[in-house]
Design a protein around this ligand. Sequence first.
Ligand code: AMP
Length: 396
Amino acid sequence: MTIDDFNFKDQKALIRVDFNVPINERFEVTDTNRIEAARPTIIKILEDGGSAVLMSHFGRPKGKFEPDMSLSHIVETVSEIIGVRVKFVGDCIGEKVAQAISELENGEILLLENLRFYAEEEAGDRAFAEKLSHWGDIYVNDAFGTAHRPHASTTVVASFFPGKKCFGYLLAKEIKAIDTVMKTGEKPVTAILGGAKVSSKIPIIENILGKIDHLIIGGGMTYTFVKALGGSVGDSICEPDQTDLALKILEKAKALGVQVHLPVDVVAADRFDNEAATRVLPVNAIEDGWQGLDAGPESLNNFREVILKSKTILWNGPVGVFEMPNFSKGTIAVGDFVAEATAKGAFSLVGGGDSVAAVKQFGFEEKVSYVSTGGGAMLESLEGRVLPGIAAILDA
Ligand code: AMP
């Protein structure tokens, strides 16, 4: 059931959004992406002739009222972005809310107070979820960032809306992007996996190996693979206890016909510092006292060739220490290649963790097909897990 299957005329939509946005010390929203991302869903409901009741968490207040974490701080910003004056009520359950809901007219938006002022929210408490369910005729989940949490407002509340629940446009887009990479995307399918540690990416690798044609490995995880293959990695980040697993992954990839592309050269530094001395070294001959902090030029050429012939691309994790300008070139180059492939018609999804930050920082956001809005939720999806917030909508 999608949001387009519903007409919201004279209906109150109870929408779980993710308005957990960053704010500065003057309580100004410093990144409005998440609010903008919820706009299409809210507008559709208002244009149909219905009203919208928005609920979200904000920060980590640990089950009690914290003035700094009141959603009242973002009402102005939400009003500006949606283009409608948003009403606010200082609670998410109880009499005050009942009153505000009864006064809500078609075309209006009401924002409820931070759900996490109640410990029952994160506990997934059923009685609390039932109280929330009174605020709408149709439940819409548009909060991908919390879809991996079995909380009251993200999961449990859905059971009170049999036949009257759906994903919002944002959540639907996230699901479609994951499905494209995992199931429906045109071949060749390439996954670019970077980041610091192999251990944190193993569940993803295990899940995607059967679904991809090429696996590009970059970043800190490179060195565990190189060490497993008998190379010298010097002082590079490495997890010696994961080398057996790294070999097993390579064997499994071979058995499945997946081509694995490891860096062949690296930009090595004499210390973990932007101002360190650097040398380009073969990836398997890094001397002690030196550590690989970025992909080298020959590696990037190889990556380019693979990325440009791909029709479906998943990118998770930077290929170097992109936070330091002198070791960000590899990650920027990969961004360029993914953008180039996308311009030629490939589908590209960037998701889960630091690659999203890198893509935003270096201005690739508009040049890739989709940048996920959920870190943990995207990682769990890539691991092949069914997210509770998604399952709750799909349940009858
Ligand atoms: P992750 O959250 O697993 O995607 O890891 C991202 C982090 O990996 C970033 O903070 C990068 O700086 C770091 N990283 C990438 N390449 C390396 C490397 N060669 N050595 C150390 N850290 C790295």
